[in-house]
Ligand binder design. Structure first.
Ligand SMILES: C[S@@+](CC[C@H](N)C(=O)[O-])C[C@H]1O[C@@H](n2cnc3c(N)ncnc32)[C@H](O)[C@@H]1O
Length: 269
């Protein structure tokens, strides 16, 4: 088990998320709404489709937050058992309260030092959390994922990706906190493959999906050297959902910013 000292960023993350509590789900739903997805659960359903075929058996999710992705796995994989974990006690309490899936459980766990024995899960997954961590913590998380996943089991990393499309990028960056921006750029492109390689986890595939806002890297514990495949998936592209809605939202948010600025200027004159 990893017994390194908790980093400042990790402590900050725990306090930050514990304080946000229920509000976080509202923020996630609002963000998904801006991208025309309706709710964060729908966002999770969309992303789950890209990793479904890699998920089986006993599944561990690290950094699960209030559990939206965990619940989607629970609904979609009725013959699997899923444990969602997070270091925020508040999120785990919220997730437990909302849980209606008999095959889903939640536990408070620090992803850099899990308490589970070696080789205890068939699949491990972390979604949209690594970009909020320092490099040392990312390395510890991947070492822990490798340790608790059985040989041949999949290690699934889902992360943000900076979209190339300028309109989608404006929308995307608006949703990022100032402190998340450098770490997200840091993980872009070959960030995840590099961290997997450093942790000694052979990579089977790397995908860039959802209008290039999400990347997925699949590692296989203990596999002989793999020839990874690289995909860029445009099949989910829907011009209305991915261009028109973001464009109108960007226009409206810019206009409301201008109006607020003018009103503020008027008041100081
Ligand atoms: C951006 S949220 C992502 C939540 C969820 N996975 C999702 O996709 O919506 C990041 C989560 O990582 C958790 N987290 C950050 N560092 C952690 C650590 N060292 N151990 C466990 N959870 C951690 C935070 O508490 C938070 O819930």
């Amino acid at each position: 088990m990893n017994v390194e000292k908790q980093s400042t960023l990790s402590e900050h993350s725990k306090e930050h998320y514990n304080a946000l509590g229920e509000q976080y789900t509202e923020i996630l739903n609002a963000r998904a709404g801006t991208f025309g997805l309706g709710s964060d659960r729908n966002r999770c359903r969309m992303i789950f489709e890209f990793v479904r075929r890699h998920c089986r058996g006993a599944i561990l999710e690290l950094c699960c937050g209030p559990g939206n992705f965990t619940f989607v796995m629970g609904e979609q994989l009725p013959y699997s058992t899923i444990v969602g974990t997070d270091h925020s006690e508040t999120f785990i309490e919220i997730a437990r309260r909302q849980n209606t899936c008999p095959n889903v459980a939640f536990a408070v766990q620090d992803a850099t030092r899990l308490t589970y024995p070696d080789d205890s899960f068939d699949t491990s997954v972390v979604s949209l959390a690594l970009h909020e961590m320092e490099d040392d913590d990312i390395r510890s998380v991947l070492n822990e994922m490798r340790r608790v996943t059985r040989k041949g089991g999949k290690i699934i990393l889902i992360e943000l990706h900076i979209p190339e499309n300028p309109i989608v990028r404006v929308m995307f960056e608006q949703g990022l906190g100032a402190e998340e921006r450098p770490t997200t750029y840091h993980l872009n492109a070959y960030g995840l493959p590099r961290f997997l390689a450093d942790a000694g986890i052979p990579m089977a595939e790397h995908r860039i999906v959802c209008m290039s806002t999400v990347q997925i890297a699949i590692g296989v514990k203990g596999a002989a050297e793999l020839e990874p495949t690289f995909h860029r998936d445009f099949t989910s592209f829907d011009p209305w959902q991915h261009l028109v809605v973001p464009s109108v939202a960007t226009f409206l948010s810019t206009m409301s910013g201008l109006v607020a600025h003018q009103l503020g200027a008027g008041r100081t004159q």
